[in-house]
Design a protein around this ligand. Sequence first.
Ligand code: PGA
Length: 251
Amino acid sequence: MIIANWKCNGSKSMIDEWFESYKSTIKNNGVYAGILGIAPPAIFINEVYDQIKKNNLDIDTISQDIAGYTRKFTGAISAKMLHENCAYSFCIIGHSERRISYNEDNKIIKDKILECLSCDINPILCIGESNEENKLGKTKEILENQLMILKNMTTSDSLTIAYEPIWAIGTGKTPNPKDVNDIHKFIKDIVQSISGNSATPIVIYGGSVNEDNAQSFLKEKFVDGALIGGASLDGSKFANIVNTFNGINLK
Ligand code: PGA
C-alpha cells in the first residue's frame, strides 16, 4: 500500500501537472502490487477523482481526517458524507500533526475510528513516538498505548496502521529500516492480540520517505507500504516510489 498525503497542499493546476508527470513515470501500465491512494485536501477531491477516472488509473481517493461521532463541528466532514461520496474508501486518522495541534487524544481518535467503521470507511491509524520518547527508549510503550484504542474492537480486513515517528516527519531524518521492521512486527502482534477479531493489520511506514530511500524500507518483511507527505506532491517522484514498491512486490 502506498499513500500520498498531500496535507494542506494542492491547486487545480498542480493536480493537472501531477497527473501528467505521474503518467509519464509510472511503469507496468498502472498495475499495482497493492492499494494505491491519494489523500488530497477535501476541497480538491472531485478534481483528483475526475483525473483518476479520466486516465483510467487504479488509485483510491482517501480522506485526511473525519469528524468523529461526538465532534461534528464547524468545518468537519462526517463518515456518512465520505460514504455517500463513493470516491472515498480509506481515511487517515490520528496523524501526529492533528494529535499535537488539535489536541486529539486516544478518546477522540477512537471515536473517529468507530465512526469510520460504521460507514465502511477503512481507517489508516497513525501512531508514532516523539524524539524525546525515542531517546528515552520508550517507543514501544508509547505505540502500545496508542494502539490500545483497538482493544476488543472488531476492525475491518483493511485496517491499516501507519507507523510515523514524529521526529521523522518532514525532517529528512529516518529511522533504521531494520528497526522499523522490528516495530512493524511488534504492531502486528499487539493488534492481533487485542482486537476483537484477532485482525492482523496492514502496517505502513511514514516519515521522510522519498525516491532514494523507499527501497530500503519497502524491502523489509513487515513493511507493507508507505505513507508519503513531501515526496508525494510531485507526480513523478511519487510514481518512482510506486515503481519501487511494484518492483519488490509484483510477481
Ligand atoms: P513526510 O510526511 O513524508 O513529508 O515526512 C509524512 C506524513 O506526515 O504522513
